[in-house]
Design a protein around this ligand. Structure first.
Ligand code: MCA
Ligand code: AMP
Length: 468
């Protein structure tokens, strides 16, 4: 699975650098084997997934031992953390990166679970997405082919190590292709600039990262020597893509995916990316649009070897995510250009799935946290268009005797930092339909629309609006 650790591509003292600390493949393998020896036979293990060599050793150790790893967001609030640990049944481990072992166990079955990643649905607590080693390998090989990604690359990013983007693509991808990894600790423009000047060739970011780099011309200029910039996890606004091209000479390649499916659709290296589109299906992936007659947009559905093995302990939710004829329902609304098969993501089917800074946040989870506050009678949470984050979380509440800041802090005691509302708006009542369901769109005002930064750039080319 992790070809680089076999010595296939040689070794170097700084094969992997995370937040300023480096190690060779040999050191990483020794540390990961020590983890594997400790956890062999466990049903699952959890690790607090800080951006660190320890997290990498834990995940690699799990892969070597055939024990699924549950990366827990370091800032997950107590409620979220308890849920993840209870639902997964994983026991928590801490890693001492200085330990080494040369133990080699039997190679695990690639069809067995390798990672369990917790991700939000529209309602309820996060669900555990079970990913097999075979699915991870299939996806990384398809991406390596799409991006001409090889051991000659130096991969740069600063994304969190508890989601597909930062962990699967950003760590396991480097260890499978043999590309050197330079993780910047946090995804700041200065960090990316420094890493690009230190030889970075392939740069990964969520749109918020690219937006911030495009607003920092000096940092952007440092990216000129890179080979390929890749954007994903949320829609990249067209003006950002064009600004980056002007500042760096590169238009980012966009790719589309989900925790449940891994990356399934992507632009290709060597082909000029068309802003606002996410490319074509990766090898082995089939896609289709479930559209009403006469319409070319509808739900994107897909099949292929990168799909998850189901939601942990939740066969009903797993079954509900597939059509009767076995295609995965992404919940994303898309269109496919009949001329060249290029896919365009138009929005989400549900207004209750929010993407903020590339993080997926279920409105229901934040609403439930707010409703736990004794002063809150009603709550409706929305993703409002935001020039930096794509969407920002805004909570509409019916409550007395409590401030917005107090409610934001209250949510932070339960859920991860990025799930906190950025803004709380108080209302006397919430508009509801005849069934009693909040009519969320009625809560938005005209000022919640994004201004169009470039003439001729309509909103359809900016971040995708949430749809009901
Ligand atoms: C954040 N802060 C807040 C709030 N939210 N303060 C008050 N109220 C709030 N509601 C704090 C933060 O803790 C931080 O404090 C400071 O404000 C700045 O926050 P922010 O603007 O959010 O900046 P940031 O913390 O730098 O976050 C932006 C980010 C981040 C770095 C782009 O959103 C991020 O890492 N996104 C990546 C998400 C990702 O990897 N998604 C992949 C999943 P302080 O500075 O003190 O800490 S998608 C996936 O895996 C699929 C398959 C795919 O397609 O890729
Ligand atoms: P997550 O499971 O956190 O990866 O979130 C998956 C969701 O992110 C998808 O269902 C899409 O709504 C969104 N997404 C990922 N990549 C893109 C992209 N390139 N363009 C638009 N939306 C994206």
């Amino acid at each position: 699975m992790l070809t680089a650790l076999d010595g296939t591509f040689g070794d170097r003292a700084d094969a992997v650098t995370i937040a300023g600390r480096s190690c060779s493949y040999e050191e990483l393998l020794g540390a990961a084997r020590a983890v594997a020896a400790d956890i062999a036979g466990a049903p699952a293990v959890a690790v607090t997934a800080t951006a660190s060599l320890e997290t990498v050793a834990a995940v690699v150790g799990g892969l070597l031992a055939g024990v699924p790893v549950v990366p827990v967001p370091p800032d997950a609030g107590p409620a979220e953390r308890d849920h993840i640990l209870r639902d997964s049944g994983a026991h928590e481990i801490t890693v001492d990166f200085a330990r080494r072992s040369d133990r080699t166990g039997t190679a695990p079955d690639p069809a067995d679970p390798a990672l369990i990643l917790y991700t939000s649905g529209t309602t309820g607590p996060p669900k555990g997405v079970v990913l097999t080693a075979a699915a991870l390998a299939a996806d990384l090989d398809a991406l390596a082919a799409a991006w001409d990604w090889t051991a000659a690359d130096t991969l740069v990013h600063g994304l969190p190590l508890f989601h597909v983007h930062g962990l699967v693509l950003g760590v396991l991808g480097a260890l499978r292709t043999g590309s050197r990894l330079l993780h910047t600790g946090r995804p700041t423009p200065a960090g990316y600039a420094e890493a690009a000047l230190a030889g970075g060739t392939l740069l990964f970011g969520v749109p918020t990262v690219w937006t911030r780099i495009a607003r920092d011309p000096a940092a952007a200029a440092a990216l000129a020597g890179a080979r390929l910039l890749v954007s994903g996890s949320a829609p990249l606004p067209t003006p950002v893509s064009l600004d980056l091209e002007r500042l760096t000479g590169h238009r980012p390649v966009e790719r589309y995916g989900m925790t449940e499916t891994l990356i399934t659709v992507s632009g290709r290296a060597g082909t000029a990316p068309r802003p606002g589109t996410v490319g074509t299906p990766l090898p082995g992936i089939r896609t289709r649009i479930a559209a009403e007659p006469g319409s070319e947009i509808g739900e994107l559905q897909l099949t292929g070897p990168t799909l998850f093995a189901g939601y942990l302990n939740n066969p009903e939710a797993t079954a509900a995510s597939y059509t009767a004829d076995g295609w995965f329902r992404t919940g994303d609304i898309a269109a496919i250009d009949p001329a060249d098969g290029v896919h365009r993501i138009v929005g989400r089917a549900s207004i209750d799935m929010i993407k903020s800074g590339g993080y997926r946040i279920g409105a229901g989870e934040v609403e439930n946290a707010l409703l736990d506050h004794p002063r809150v009678q009603e709550a409706a949470v929305l993703g409002v268009p935001d020039a930096d984050l794509g969407q920002r979380i805004v909570a509409f509440v019916v409550a007395e005797g409590v401030t917005g800041d107090e409610l934001t802090e209250f949510v932070a005691t339960r859920l991860a930092v990025h799930k906190r509302p950025r803004e709380v708006r108080f209302r006397a009542t919430l508009p509801r339909n005849a069934m009693g369901k909040p009519q969320k769109k009625l809560l938005l005002s005209d000022s919640d629309e994004l201004p169009h930064p470039h003439p001729g750039q309509g909103p359809s080319q900016g971040p995708a609006p949430a749809r009901d």
